[in-house]
Design a protein around this ligand. Structure first.
Ligand code: BG6
Length: 469
C-alpha cells in the first residue's frame, strides 16, 4: 500500500508537475496495486469540487477514461498546515497497517516545512527512523545557508537523513542522469576527463520565460540563488566528481561534496556578471513586472567563471550562465578539449563535446580530419547523436522519474544535506562579495541574448560561448 500526502495540492507546482507525474505513473501502472493520494490544502472544497478544479486547472494531459479511475484514488483534505487537529483527523481517517509506504510531498513554501513536519510527527503519521516514511521537499531549501541549516536542524529532530528526499528536478532530467553513465561507461572519454585534456567547460541554462506570478519569491531570490545554487552546481558536481565507487550512492554524494567544498571563485570584478532584463518591443522590463520593486536590484541573469580546486581540475575554467527572458529556452554543457601538443595539432580546432539537455537531447563531438583533395589541410567535422529524434522516443518527465524513485525508496537522484550546505556556502560567499564591492547590474534587452558582458567574460580569456544559441 502507498499513501502519497501532497501538501499544497492546489498550488502551481502540484497542478503543473506533480499531478501530471502521478497520473503518468498511474497510466504506466507504476503506482502499485493499491495507493491513495491525500491532497491537502486550506481551500474549501468538497471532494467532487476538487476533482472538478483539477479537471479545469491541470493542463497538458489527456484526461480520458483512465483519468476518471485515477480520480478515485484522490482524497481531498481541507486543513491549514498549522492546525494539529487536522493532522489528527487525517491520522484517524487514513489509519492503516504498519507496512504502508508513506510519502509526504511538501509542495509548500519553505516557511511551512518545520510546522508540517512537527505536526506530522506529533500526530504519529510520520515515524522517525521508519524507512517507509519518506519526506520529499522541494527547493528552495531555505533562502540562505543560515535558514537552510535551521530547517535541517529542525527536520533532524523528526527524521533520519535517509528519510529525506531533497528534490532538485534537474537530477531527474534524462541528460543530467546521463552524465554519470556516459562518463563512467566510456573508457575513451573517462581517460581524458581531467585537466590534462580538458581546457574549459561551459554550462548554459537559458530560459525564455519571465517570472510570472512568482515575483514575490523571485525578487527576494534572484538567478544565483534560484538556479546556480541548485541546478547548475549539481551539473558541475556531476561532471567533476571522482567517486570511489560510482555504483555506490554514498560515494557519489561524497564525490560531489568534495567538489562543492573546493569551488573557487576569484574576482568579483572580472569573474561574474549579474544582469537584469530591461524593456523590449515584446516585453516589459523586470522592474515593471507586477510585484517587483520598481528599483529592484535582483539579478535575472548570472554568468560566472569558477575553478574546482582539486588536482584533477587544476587550472580548468568552468563557465556557468543562466537567465530569464532570453531569446530561447535551451540548456547544454560544452566541454572544450586542449589542442594536441604536436605541430599538426597546433593548427587544429579543439575537440568539442556537447551534451544537449534541452530542447534536443543528444550529443555532438567535433573532431578534425583531412580536407579532401588536399594533402595537409585540416577540416573540422561533427558526429551527432540525437536522442529526441529516435522514432517513438518519449522524453520521460523529470518529476515522473523522481517520484517513481522515491516510491522505490531510491535516493540516487536526490541531493544529500551536505551537498546543499556546500552549494549555499559557495553562493553566499560570492553574493556577499558582490554586495560588499557593489557589483553593478548589467541590463539586457528582454528576449535577447543576455548582457554583452557575459560574452566578454570568455572573450578576455580568448574564448567564446559555444552553446547552440
Ligand atoms: C526552477 C526555478 O527550479 O527551475 C525556476 O525555480 C526555473 O525559476 C525552473 O524556471 C527551470 O526548470 P526547467 O525544467 O523548466 O528548466
Amino acid at each position: 500500500m502507498l499513501q502519497f500526502y501532497l501538501f499544497g495540492a492546489t498550488g502551481d507546482l502540484s497542478l503543473k508537475k506533480i499531478f501530471p507525474a502521478l497520473f503518468a505513473l498511474y497510466e504506466q501502472r507504476l503506482m502499485g496495486e493499491s495507493f491513495e493520494i491525500i491532497c491537502i490544502s486550506r481551500r474549501e472544497f468538497l471532494q467532487e469540487d476538487f476533482h472538478k478544479y483539477l479537471e479545469e486547472h491541470i493542463i497538458g494531459i489527456e484526461k480520458k477514461i483512465k483519468w476518471t479511475s485515477f480520480l478515485k484514488h484522490l482524497h481531498y483534505q481541507k486543513m491549514t498546515f498549522e492546525n494539529v487537529l487536522g493532522y489528527e483527523d487525517m491520522a484517524k481517517t487514513y489509519d492503516i497497517d504498519k507496512g504502508t509506504v508513506r510519502l509526504f510531498y511538501l509542495a509548500a513554501a519553505p516557511e511551512y516545512f518545520k510546522t508540517i513536519v512537527a505536526n506530522l510527527s506529533q500526530s504519529e503519521i510520520l515515524e522517525m527512523n521508519n524507512k517507509d516514511h519518506r519526506l520529499l521537499i522541494e527547493k528552495p531549501f531555505g533562502k540562505n545557508l543560515e535558514s537552510a541549516i535551521q530547517i535541517t536542524r529542525h527536520l533532524e529532530k523528526y527524521l533520519a537523513e535517509f528519510q529525506i528526499f531533497r528534490v532538485d528536478h534537474y537530477l531527474g532530467k534524462e541528460m543530467i542522469q546521463n552524465i554519470m553513465l556516459f562518463r563512467f561507461s566510456n573508457g575513451l572519454f573517462e581517460a581524458g576527463w581531467n585537466k590534462d585534456y580538458i581546457d574549459h567547460v561551459q554550462i548554459t541554462v537559458a530560459e525564455s520565460i519571465g517570472v510570472f506570478e512568482r515575483t514575490g519569491y523571485y525578487d527576494k531570490t534572484g538567478a544565483v540563488r534560484d538556479m546556480i545554487q541548485s541546478h547548475l552546481l549539481q551539473i558541475l558536481a556531476l561532471l567533476t566528481m571522482t567517486p570511489k565507487n560510482e555504483r555506490s550512492q554514498s560515494d557519489i554524494c561524497d564525490g560531489k561534496v568534495e567538489v562543492l567544498k573546493h569551488l573557487q571563485f576569484d574576482d568579483v570584478y572580472k569573474d561574474i556578471v549579474l544582469g537584469q532584463y530591461s524593456k523590449s518591443d515584446n516585453s516589459v522590463s523586470y522592474r515593471d513586472e507586477q510585484g517587483v520593486h520598481p528599483q529592484s536590484k535582483t539579478e535575472t541573469y548570472a554568468a560566472l567563471k569558477i575553478k574546482v580546486d582539486l588536482p584533477r581540475w587544476k587550472d580548468v575554467d568552468f563557465y556557468l550562465r543562466t537567465g530569464k527572458r532570453l531569446q530561447e529556452k535551451h540548456s547544454d554543457i560544452v566541454i572544450v578539449y586542449k589542442k594536441p601538443s604536436g605541430k599538426i595539432g597546433q593548427d587544429a580546432e579543439p575537440n568539442v563535446l556537447k551534451i544537449q539537455i534541452y530542447p534536443q537531447e543528444g550529443m555532438t563531438l567535433k573532431f578534425n580530419m583531412k580536407e579532401p583533395e588536399t594533402t595537409k589541410e585540416l577540416t573540422t567535422r561533427e558526429m551527432t547523436f540525437c536522442q529526441t529524434c529516435i522514432e517513438g522516443y518519449k522524453r520521460p518527465k523529470a518529476y515522473e522519474t523522481l517520484i517513481y524513485e522515491a516510491i522505490q525508496g531510491n535516493h540516487d537522484l536526490y541531493a544529500r544535506w551536505d551537498e546543499v550546505k556546500y552549494e549555499w556556502t559557495f553562493v553566499e560567499k560570492i553574493l556577499s562579495q558582490c554586495v560588499e564591492l557593489r557589483k553593478e547590474l548589467e541590463f539586457y534587452s528582454a528576449g535577447g541574448k543576455g548582457p554583452i558582458e557575459a560574452d566578454n567574460l570568455l572573450l578576455k580569456d580568448g574564448r567564446q560561448w559555444l552553446s547552440d544559441k
